[in-house]
Write a protein of this length. Structure first.
Length: 261
């Protein structure tokens, strides 16, 4: 792990040196944003595959609706039938998780890189870099203790919070529109959602909470080192734009675009 951290630190530092003529003191934050974009480009084929999988799952909705009617009193048979349908059509219900899973190593590397005062037995020079007035190794609580929410450091975080809130609101409205047009059916725990029929306990609460998950990024940005927060903000913004493009022909996309525009 120590060797990997040293290599990763050298990579970020070298990229910052290359960007210094353009970004001056903000070269290291720019390097993190560029690194995030590179990671997202690597993951993009998986995102495209996830979008194709989502379209294929949407096409199965009429057949799943029939299965829900047929097995409305037997959730175990419904679960088995839905899984068999996905297998028959070669549609993976978990394909949408892969892009997020493949990004986790990069996020944790940045988290540890800017959480350790030493790397390979030497002082972590990256901690000296800043985004404007805020140190990349600092957190929001540090900024609150040094000038408050509207101090020079606090304003950096307020800008990030504003960007995250904007992206989260966009994702929330898009998710609500798509869920309204295309009912979400769980392959492992769904039962009939028709009026008057009992749903799986807790399923309704989960579906209501799902659109709000985008706002959890605000909490992440508040508690992780600023460098990791930059990764999260950049990746989340990229994801919102990417999904808007890849899922533009999905049910509910046109009505969402009209609302947002």
């Amino acid at each position: 792990m120590s060797t990997l951290m040293s290599v990763f630190a050298s990579l970020v530092d070298g990229l910052a040196d290359l960007l210094e003529p353009l970004f001056q003191a903000s070269a290291a934050p720019a390097a993190i944003v560029l690194f995030t974009a590179f990671v997202r480009l690597l993951v993009h084929p998986l995102s495209r595959a996830a979008a194709r999988g989502q379209r294929e799952r949407a096409k199965l909705q009429p057949q799943i609706a029939e299965l829900r009617k047929k097995h409305k009193k037997n959730p175990e048979k419904l679960q088995k039938a839905v899984l068999e349908l996905h297998a028959k059509e070669k549609v993976s219900p978990l394909s949408g998780c892969l892009p997020s899973l493949f990004q986790l190593p990069a996020f944790f590397l940045l988290y540890h890189l800017f959480s350790n005062s030493t790397i390979g037995g030497e002082a972590n020079a990256l901690l000296a870099h800043k985004l404007f007035a805020a140190p990349l190794g600092g957190r929001w609580m540090d900024a609150l203790g040094d000038g408050g929410a509207f101090g020079t450091q606090g304003l950096v975080y307020l800008g990030l919070f504003a960007l995250v809130a904007t992206v989260a609101t966009f994702n929330y409205r898009r998710t609500k529109r798509q869920m309204a047009v295309t009912p979400v059916v769980s392959a492992v725990s769904a039962q009939s959602g028709e009026q008057g029929e009992q749903q799986v306990p807790g399923m309704g609460a989960v579906l209501k909470f799902m659109p709000l998950m985008s706002f959890m990024t605000l909490f992440t940005v508040a508690v992780v080192p600023l460098a990791a927060a930059l990764y999260v903000v950049t990746s989340t913004t990229w994801s919102a734009v990417e999904r808007a493009v890849l899922y533009r022909d999905m049910p509910g996309a046109s009505s969402l675009a009209a609302t947002v525009g």
